[in-house]
Ligand binder design. Sequence first.
Ligand code: DQA
Length: 150
Amino acid sequence: MLNGPNLNLLGKRQPHIYGYETLADVERDCRKLAEQLKLELRFHQSNREYELIDWIHEARETAGGIVINPAAFTHTSVALLDALNAFEPPIIEIHISNVHQREQFRHHSYVSLRATGVIAGCGTQGYQLALQRVAHLIDEGERTPKGAKK
Ligand code: DQA
């Protein structure tokens, strides 16, 4: 689970948009859910684009899926898109706010060009919804014979 810039301030930053839950609250709830879903969860946040890219590269070797809130990099980063394009398993893009209801520049996402699914406007609950979706897609992938159409 990857979180982009400024999400370390979640709970304090523009709470009328992003709510009062902190990223630590999100991590705690996701860890509980991951345990129920029998998933091992790695949870990261960075304000640096290269660090997110390095974690995506690392995930190529270790992860069955990625949940990512790229934050402002959503709307700017071809580099993040390129990294995600080099990752094969499911990717769920999540935004706490409904980006489509906000400024025009938030309506375009580079990450959506690669994301398997997108969740926006469900508040911090979106992270748990995304985790459930990844778990489902991993299960489905394990049940689908290689080479079969999904
Ligand atoms: C965000 C939406 C982005 O437009 C913004 O830059 C963020 C957070 C969200 O979770 O709603 O930092 O990704």
